[in-house]
Design a protein around this ligand. Structure first.
Ligand SMILES: *Cc1c(COP(=O)(O)O)cnc(C)c1O
Length: 218
């Protein structure tokens, strides 16, 4: 199937409230344009410089989401245009995003990454670190960043039950904070587990290989 057909198929099968982030990391501009022509406007990248180069080259109504781990010293390269940063996991990073957002006269939306997987290699905060982070953000007056929700990645496993537990934990955490203003994004689910994620309350999925085909490198 072509990229356009994959996009159309996703649009038909997803509930209307679920946003599709087409993860285009490592993929060339022409693949992104094909998805764009099929109506896709949200794209996800995991390397800041790669995303910035694509932003320069491609239509300006694309919303670029940073889904990878963010190094503080690179925030400046995406601050002029990034639409949502999924992987925020420290106050230090929030401060830098706030600083760069201010310089660009913008408010940048962020998701806090929560660690739900068992793997050591996955980033994110624990449930009980979140309240502290939200409080610090308020106390520091970081008014040019908005925390609009949470993001998580399930363990890489064929064990669906394990994935269900992890996603339902994240949903529970998310529900603890839904009294916040503008807190309405739950980013969970990828090509292999988005159906489970939606069943457990995801409203934003990040799908790469199921749209663009396998990647040659991560
Ligand atoms: C690469 C990546 C995805 C997409 O993965 P697929 O399995 O290709 O759908 C989603 N989320 C994050 C954080 C990623 O790095």
């Amino acid at each position: 199937m072509s990229i356009a057909e994959n996009i159309n198929q996703f649009r038909e099968q997803l509930p209307e409230y679920v946003k599709l982030v087409a993860v285009s990391k490592t993929k060339p501009a022409e693949d992104i344009l094909e998805a764009y022509k099929a109506g896709q406007r949200i794209f996800g990248e995991n390397k800041i410089q790669e995303m910035a180069a694509k932003w320069e080259a491609l239509p300006k109504d694309i919303q670029w989401h940073m889904i990878g781990h963010v190094q503080t010293n690179k925030v400046k390269y995406m601050a002029p245009f990034v639409s949502l940063i999924h992987g925020v996991d420290s106050i230090k990073l929030l401060k830098e995003i706030n600083k760069q957002a201010l310089k660009n006269d913008r408010v940048i939306d962020c998701l806090i990454q929560v660690k739900i997987a068992t793997e050591e290699t996955k980033f994110g905060l624990e449930h009980d670190q979140l309240e502290g982070l939200f409080k610090q953000k308020e106390e520091l007056g970081l008014n040019n960043v908005r925390i609009v929700g949470l993001m998580g990645m399930a363990s890489f496993t064929a064990d669906d039950e394990q994935i269900e537990i992890e996603f339902s934990n994240l949903k529970e955490t998310y529900d603890c904070f839904d009294y916040f203003e503008n807190f309405d994004v739950l980013s969970m689910g990828m090509s292999g587990d988005y159906k489970i994620a939606i069943k457990y309350g995801s409203n934003m999925i990040r799908v790469g290989s199921a749209i663009f085909g396998a990647r040659n490198y991560q």
